[in-house]
Ligand binder design. Structure first.
Ligand code: GLU
Length: 309
């Protein structure tokens, strides 16, 4: 059984931490600059309900791009596959997560996939509710259900910091509004999206949510199907093909675990039928992934042969 001892997990995290000095903390969202480059914490949540952790596990992180998997699951549950993939495609892109170029050059005008910013904005647009507050409340309750407790909320400071500086995401929205992909007020959509990205939790919560994906939408702790199997399968497929930005191909080769990262330095991983992984390490590599987090996952995957390939 992989990684059942805290000493072993501590050892892997200590080893992985050595590379954090080569990374940089994200600064394009001003509030994220406060992250400490040397931090690395990891939690593993097993299907039998037992957990292991290493590092400062109390520390909260904002989900940033990890939230894209969760909004995709909710939008698929709200509107169905046909409606979602009418707005967004299935294909990975070799471009950075916030690139605008394919919105102009791709003949269908749809964002290429739900894990890049344009695609995620189009997906968030589909979350049902009469106004931004109700849509956010629905997303947060869904995430609370996935994490198995009620205290999850969002960081107003991080949301505001991103809202005030989200010029590129505004541009993506205006392109998509021009092309009829979205039809709501751009400021409303950005308000919802930046709050979604600023939803906060610790690594244990992240690992617990990863476990639900690992179990195909089933929460083994409360014995409850939270996400339909087909929706969980779709989300995990996007985690494999596009979850680690434009480094997803290399990650599939080096690690081979369905995972999603965010610019806050978080990574959520799902090891099929076995466990969920939550990582926080704010030092990022040049593609925007947690450098220590990837190092840890590569060591874990090789040691226990966790690659799905
Ligand atoms: N809120 C960030 C943005 O939209 C998320 C990006 C990320 O984590 O990759 O730019």
């Amino acid at each position: 059984m992989p990684c059942r001892s805290s000493e072993e997990l501590d050892g892997l995290v200590r080893e992985a931490k050595k590379v954090t000095k080569h990374g940089k903390v994200a600064n394009y969202i001003p509030a994220l600059q406060k992250g400490n480059r040397d931090d690395l914490s990891v939690a593993i949540y097993h299907a039998d309900g037992t957990c292991l952790s290493a590092g400062d596990i109390e520390q909260k992180i904002t989900l940033q791009s990890i939230s894209k998997v969760l909004s995709l699951a909710l939008a698929l549950m709200d509107c169905g596959e046909e409606c979602v993939f009418n707005k967004v495609g299935y294909e990975p892109t070799g471009d950075p997560f916030n690139s605008i170029i394919k919105l102009e050059t791709n003949h269908s005008r749809k964002p290429l996939n739900p894990m890049i910013n344009a695609g995620a904005l189009a997906v968030t647009h589909l979350i049902k509710g009469v106004n931004v507050e109700e849509r956010l409340e629905r997303l947060i309750s869904f995430i609370r259900d996935l994490a198995g407790h009620n205290v999850i909320t969002y960081s107003l400071e991080v949301a505001q910091s991103e809202f005030e500086t989200a010029f590129l995401n505004r541009s993506l929205c205006y392109y998509m509004k021009q092309d009829g992909i979205i039809d709501e007020d751009v400021e409303d959509l950005l308000d919802l999206y930046t709050k979604q990205c600023a939803i906060e939790m610790d690594c244990l919560d992240l690992a617990r949510i990863g476990l639900v994906f690992a179990m195909n939408g089933f929460d083994p702790v409360r014995e409850k199907q939270i996400i339909p199997v087909e929706v969980a399968r779709l989300c995990k497929t996007f985690m494999v093909t596009c979850g680690m930005y434009n480094a997803s191909g290399e990650f599939a080769i080096r690690v081979g675990i369905p995972a999603k990262s965010g610019v806050s330095g978080g990574i959520m991983g799902a090891v099929r039928n076995r466990f969920g992984i939550g990582i926080f390490g704010p030092a990022l590599d040049e593609k925007g992934n947690s450098i220590g987090g990837i190092e840890f996952l590569e060591m874990l995957s090789k040691r226990y042969e966790l690659s799905i390939f």
